[in-house]
Design a protein around this ligand. Structure first.
Ligand SMILES: Cc1cc2nc3c(=O)[nH]c(=O)nc-3n(C[C@H](O)[C@H](O)[C@H](O)COP(=O)(O)OP(=O)(O)OC[C@H]3O[C@@H](n4cnc5c(N)ncnc54)[C@H](O)[C@@H]3O)c2cc1C
Length: 385
């Protein structure tokens, strides 16, 4: 066990941070138009910041998962949108296509995603299937050389910026998880539409997707059922990607509050002179380091497969989601009223990490999974009549 980063990892992080601050940050706007986001994505591809962990054979950089998360985290510190783009093009939905797709699918989706030409959302959640994801009813039926989808998804991120959604859907009719597979749906497919989006706390849009006899070429079927477990094993890498983003935001909030505490004077002395502030800073740093260790352990242990252990992922998620909220909350406290205004970056950092307790499996669902691993048994949450 080695707790030091290699020289290469340190260089990667420093380079990502420098490119982020000097070349990318000047292109980041509070509300990004579709065109400007596409431009930013292209710029990130040119700088080698997309497809971080994806195979070099399909345009990726082939980095280990840990290095991928370190770069994502470094970009997230600079600006959440940069961490978000790096995450989505590396550990996002595209990862499932890299893992399970045909060569043709990898050429059509993984390569252009690594090149920053396309983006792929992920559609799992439905109105009646949130935490109980396997209750999804969106149905896919293969008809000749097409697959026909009917149903609805909700709370899907980034749909306005992306060209495709990887839609989890039911191929069979047993009503069990075994029916579930996934289809790559282009946003211009006939029978597909989406809402104009609902703003979340962090001012990001979440979309409803509608499939009304939506027809997609059968070549876009990623897996036709029997695959929920397989999809979720790749999804654990996605979970770690968003954990790295939470850590990046918590670190940015911590750094900001630390700097502020050394400048701001009350009672004729810096507020960092007060033990009440010092202990808050110490607690923040302890939580930040602990979150990093758990995240890096899960990523480091993923090894060559790049597929992290589910329990280690859940442990990292439960700790980080709570710690990141508390760190951002303490950072706001250290800034006083300034921290609570939108003039300062902390309110946004808090709003953003707050979602981490809900998406990608809520805190409670991850605790259920940790308990099931501890007790070595499946603990069904379903009510039996
Ligand atoms: C910022 C953000 C981005 C998102 N992006 C996407 C996306 O791109 N694609 C996508 O498909 N979805 C996305 N989601 C949706 C997300 O995956 C769901 O919100 C999540 O699965 C929880 O479902 P729900 O909101 O319906 O909550 P519910 O399932 O209704 O849960 C409500 C509460 O009950 C608790 N609960 C439920 N079941 C149990 C149980 N068995 N034991 C203990 N507690 C339980 C939950 O923890 C929660 O606190 C996003 C959500 C957020 C907040």
């Amino acid at each position: 066990m080695d707790f030091q980063f290699t020289e290469r990892q340190q260089e990667l992080v420093a380079a990502a941070r420098e490119v982020g601050e000097k070349k990318l940050l000047p292109r980041v706007e509070e509300t990004m138009s579709v065109e400007k986001l596409a431009h930013l994505r292209g710029l990130m591809a040119e700088q080698g910041l997309l497809g971080l962990n994806l195979p070099e054979a399909y345009g990726g950089l082939g980095l280990p998962l840990l290095d991928t998360l370190l770069v994502t985290q470094a970009l997230q510190i600079v600006a959440p949108i940069l961490g978000g783009i790096a995450h989505r093009s590396s550990t996002g939905a595209v990862g499932a296509i890299a893992e399970y797709g045909t060569d043709d699918q990898r050429e059509r989706f993984v390569r252009p995603s690594c090149a920053g030409e396309i983006g792929i959302s992920i559609g799992i959640t439905e109105p009646e299937a949130g935490s109980a994801a396997t209750a999804m009813t969106t149905r896919a039926v293969v008809e000749g050389d097409e697959v026909v989808l009917n149903g609805r998804k909700q709370f899907v991120s980034f749909v306005n910026y992306n060209q495709y959604t990887l839609v989890y859907c039911r191929f069979g009719t047993t009503g069990r998880g075994a029916d579930i597979g996934a289809v790559i749906v282009p946003h211009d497919a006939p029978g597909f539409s989406h809402s104009s989006g609902t703003l979340n706390m962090a001012d990001e849009l979440l979309f409803e997707l509608y499939f009304d006899d939506c027809r997609v070429p059968v070549e876009n079927v990623l897996i036709d059922g029997g695959a929920f477990g397989k999809l979720i094993s790749v999804y654990n890498a996605e979970r770690l990607g968003s954990i790295a983003r939470m850590i990046g935001s918590a670190e940015a909030a911590f750094d900001y509050a630390l700097g502020y505490s050394k400048q701001r004077k009350q009672f004729n002395r810096e507020i960092s002179d007060f033990q009440g502030i010092q202990w808050m800073l110490a607690d923040m740093r302890v939580k930040l380091d602990a979150a990093k260790m758990l995240c890096y352990r899960a990523a480091g242990n993923a090894g060559a497969t790049g597929l992290p252990n589910p329990t280690e992922t859940s442990i990292a998620k439960v700790f980080t989601a709570k710690a990141a909220k508390e760190i951002c909350d303490d950072a706001i406290q250290i800034l006083g009223a300034n921290g609570y205004t939108k003039e300062y970056p902390l309110a946004h950092r808090y709003a953003e990490v707050r979602g981490g307790s809900i998406y990608g499996g809520s805190m409670q669902i991850h605790k259920n999974m940790i308990a099931a691993a501890l007790l070595e048994r499946r603990i069904s949450q379903w009510k039996r009549d």
